[in-house]
Design a protein around this ligand. Structure first.
Ligand code: NAP
Ligand code: ZN
Ligand code: ZN
Length: 350
């Protein structure tokens, strides 16, 4: 059994997003059904809706930064009840038996099911549909708790932009005594700056936008470097322990590897559709530097991140939009004109 739900979808890589009615399953014994209140707008939504990555199946209903109100739960659900505030991020299922699942690193499971554009185990032949919709039904194991003191709209982007920056900063030990760079002040980057600062690292923002210098400092950067300015970049050679690169477009990585200390790591989380130019190996070989990648975060770490944000009153800087404004929001995101995450108020979708 299923229920019709209002949603916004891209029917092809070239069509703007528009209203579409989708089916949501009725909650099974372990499912949580939520009315979606807010959904953040991630650059991955844009990459997917515009067919910029391989393997995209249309129609696409994007959205993986979801905060909502629980409307019903299955009889085996223990952690949630109707009326609770709850959240869903980038994952809605995984195999649960592999080494990554057992370690709570479900994002690395070969059988993980993403919130949108993954084959839907419950609706054979269909893909999963994301948070640009009125409701969603998700297995309890993939539903998160939102600290009560956080504004639900401003907490929504924590579910992707938050965990995608929190996880690598924790993994590579960003903290006191470390010099940490964040590249790009967009949705991910602004959370990277907030977390690196909160963990006690000396935090340096690299931006291409001179207009973002003051915001970068307000958000927690100790220094802001205009990455297009070779003289400013040159002052930081061989000084960073870790650099997190969130840029959504192809660019030259050598400018950043050269800024790492011996044994430093440049971690890429940005996923542009056109590959970066191949990095020069000599700066890597001569200083044993590494270029690494990181993918969102598992369920336990996502809850840890939300609880950390609750304890330290950290949320995202957002601009609320109506569902009908999504196509304009995508164009603005491409111009780096967002401070610093759009969040859809789902009450505007009827
Ligand atoms: P966003 O809000 O659009 O921010 C990207 C930022 O990159 C921009 O604000 C801009 O910052 C900078 N930038 C854009 N074009 C650039 C260019 N040509 N050269 C240099 N800098 C440029 O995007 P987002 O939502 O944060 O996502 C960023 C990327 O991460 C996307 O590719 C997304 O798909 C990916 N992502 C990956 C994961 C993961 O798990 N690995 C998770 C979520 C998203 P400045 O104006 O400061 O330069
Ligand atoms: Zn995302
Ligand atoms: Zn698994």
């Amino acid at each position: 059994m299923s229920a019709k739900t209002a949603a916004f979808a891209a029917q092809s890589a070239t069509s703007p997003l528009a209203a579409m009615s989708i089916d949501r399953r009725d909650p099974g014994p372990r499912d949580v059904q939520m009315e979606i209140l807010f959904c953040g707008v991630c650059h991955s939504d844009l990459h997917t809706a515009r067919g910029e990555w391989p393997g995209i199946v249309f129609p696409v209903v994007p959205g993986h930064e979801i905060v909502g109100r629980v409307t019903a739960v299955g009889k085996e659900v223990k952690g949630f009840k109707a009326g609770d505030l709850a959240a869903v991020g980038c994952l809605v299922d995984s195999c649960r038996g592999c080494a990554s699942c057992k370690e709570g690193l479900e994002q690395f499971c070969d059988g993980m099911v993403m919130t949108y554009n993954s084959p839907d185990k419950h609706m054979p032949g269909k893909m999963t549909y994301g948070g640009y919709s009125k409701s969603i039904v998700v297995d309890e194991r993939f539903v998160l708790r939102v600290p009560k003191n956080l504004d639900p709209a401003a907490a929504a982007p924590l579910l992707c932009a938050g965990i995608t920056t929190y996880s690598p900063l924790r993994h590579w030990g960003a903290g006191r005594g470390k010099k940490v760079g964040i590249v790009g002040l967009g949705g991910l980057g602004h959370m990277g700056v907030k977390f690196a600062h909160a963990f006690g690292a000396h935090t340096v923002l690299f931006t291409t936008s001179a207009s973002k210098i003051e915001d970068g400092k307000r958000l927690g950067a100790d220094e802001v470097v205009i990455s297009k300015d070779d003289a400013q970049m040159g002052k930081h050679i061989q000084s960073f322990d870790f650099i997190l690169n969130t840029v959504a477009a192809s660019h030259n990585l050598d400018a950043f590897t050269n800024l790492l200390k011996r044994d430093g790591t440049l971690c890429l989380v940005g996923a542009p559709s056109t590959p970066h130019p191949s990095p020069n190996v000599f700066p890597l070989i001569f200083k044993r530097r590494a270029i690494a990648g990181s993918l969102i975060g598992g369920l336990p770490e996502t809850q840890e991140m939300l609880d950390f944000c609750g304890k330290h009153s950290i949320v995202c800087d957002i601009e609320k939009i109506a569902m009908a404004d999504i196509n304009t929001a995508y164009e603005r995101m491409l111009r780096s004109d967002v401070k610093y995450r759009f969040v859809i108020d789902m009450a505007t979708l009827r």
